[in-house]
Design a protein around this ligand. Structure first.
Ligand SMILES: Cc1cc2nc3c(=O)[nH]c(=O)nc-3n(C[C@H](O)[C@H](O)[C@H](O)COP(=O)(O)OP(=O)(O)OC[C@H]3O[C@@H](n4cnc5c(N)ncnc54)[C@H](O)[C@@H]3O)c2cc1C
Length: 382
């Protein structure tokens, strides 16, 4: 069996071909909230979006959020997710104070950061048992707005100096790169929780059908238009938190743009700017190529993906063997550089790459629940 959150992982780490899935959507209760300390205890199927909807109006925010709010607390812990503030806040698991783990022998254990089983469960890909509830330290925010800047840059040198400068001054930083431009131009986004309210609710656009809209031509047109639009919108804006953190959530069924065969995402982390440059020079056309510098924080999980360096992610329409070969090339570059591939975004890494990406795999394996497995685990573990 395998716990299943909101199924927002891109590959097979949340799937269990031929086995059972423990759907956690019914574990959806808030248990307690201490407004003095910001400590929230809730069941593991509660989504980050539900927490934000309830607690942003009371002046609190989830300490680490990914690019979609439709993920469960259990899924966020089991992938030890990261956000645009990794350089300040580290990964999600660093903000988990306690959790309850239900093992297949029927024993429920309350665990804290000093417990080995906690460290195996954070980033543990749902393989150590079912997280039933967790206690998370939320952060205070003044109002529901973000003061953000979008800064066009001309190439990697500018990206690196913007990262350096911005990580010191801003809580949230991330960059989009136009891999089709010869100069590797892009837009650097940075922001902080702001003072000054924004009340306008955001509308939702929808992609109606499975239209195979992403191809080399549309990527070129999209990239040029996106770059120009960001330039035109101006450098500094006050924005509602929702579109700032979760731009894709505003386009219902955005994945349908990739057609019926869907998309593959690739994400790795590499330790040096040179390795990042090598990845970018090999990157195939993608409308979404994202860079971020991870900070020095040590992630709490034995299999946590975030570590110091640069993370590089891109979406590719699934064209079968051709796409798998492109991903293999990117994976080889990440491995040569001593990097790691992110299991939450993976559909193809080898057992060898998995072992090289996660040196504490042996230690982790001692904490597996014998009744738990996943399609991903059977693929990457020999
Ligand atoms: C648009 C988009 C943007 C994203 N951006 C980011 C990003 O910026 N950073 C990032 O790190 N990730 C990002 N992700 C990936 C996403 O955050 C992770 O895959 C997250 O773990 C998904 O949570 P989920 O609830 O959907 O879990 P699922 O995908 O359903 O499951 C993920 C893992 O958690 C385990 N699990 C789920 N619930 C439990 C439980 N109760 N107990 C034990 N194990 C459990 C599952 O077995 C599985 O191994 C993004 C995904 C999307 C679609």
């Amino acid at each position: 069996m395998l716990p299943y959150g909101q199924g927002r992982s891109y590959g097979d780490s949340c799937l269990n071909d031929g086995g059972k899935l423990l759907r956690t959507a019914g574990l959806d209760r808030f248990i307690s909230f201490d407004a003095e300390s910001g400590s929230l205890r809730c069941e593991a199927g509660v989504t980050l979006g539900e927490i934000l909807r309830l607690l942003v109006p009371r002046g609190f925010f989830v300490p680490v959020v990914p690019g979609t709010k439709h993920v469960s607390v259990g899924g966020a812990i089991a992938n030890d997710i990261h956000g645009k503030n990794h350089h300040r806040a580290g990964s999600f698991g660093a903000h988990v104070r306690k959790l309850e783990l239900l093992r297949s022998d029927g024993e429920a254990q309350e665990l804290g950061p000093d417990d080995q089983l906690f460290q195996a469960t954070v980033g543990g890909l749902g393989l150590t048992g079912l997280i039933t509830w967790a206690e998370i330290a939320l952060r205070r925010i003044p109002v529901a707005a973000v003061r953000m800047e979008a800064i066009p840059f001309a190439g990697m040198d500018e990206f690196l100096s913007l990262s350096e400068e911005s990580d010191a001054e801003f809580e949230y930083t991330v960059a989009w790169v136009d891999v089709l431009s010869r100069s590797q131009r892009g837009v650097f986004f940075r922001g902080d929780h702001a003072a000054g309210a924004i009340h306008a609710p955001r509308g939702q656009a929808a992609v109606p059908l499975d239209v195979p809209a992403v191809n080399a031509l549309t990527v070129r047109v999209f990239n040029a238009a996106y770059y120009a639009a960001q330039k035109l919108a101006g450098r500094s804006r006050l924005q509602h938190w929702d579109p700032f953190f979760f731009p894709l959530d505003g386009v219902a069924h955005w994945n349908r743009l990739y057609g019926r065969r869907g998309l593959l995402q690739f994400q790795c982390v590499v330790p040096t700017p040179e390795a990042l440059r090598a990845l970018l020079s090999e990157a195939p056309p993608s409308p979404l190529t994202v860079l971020k510098r991870f900070g020095p924080a040590r992630s709490p999980g034995m299999l946590s993906f975030p570590r110091p360096g640069f993370t590089f992610a891109l979406d590719l329409p699934n064209r079968g063997e051709e796409t798998f070969a492109q991903l293999a090339r990117l994976e080889a570059l990440a491995m040569e550089a001593g990097g790691a591939i992110y299991p939450a975004k993976d559909a193809r890494m080898s057992a060898e790459t998995f072992a090289r990406s996660f040196p504490r795999l042996g230690e982790f394996s001692a904490h597996l629940d014998p009744a738990f497995s996943s399609s991903f685990w059977r693929r990457v573990h020999r």
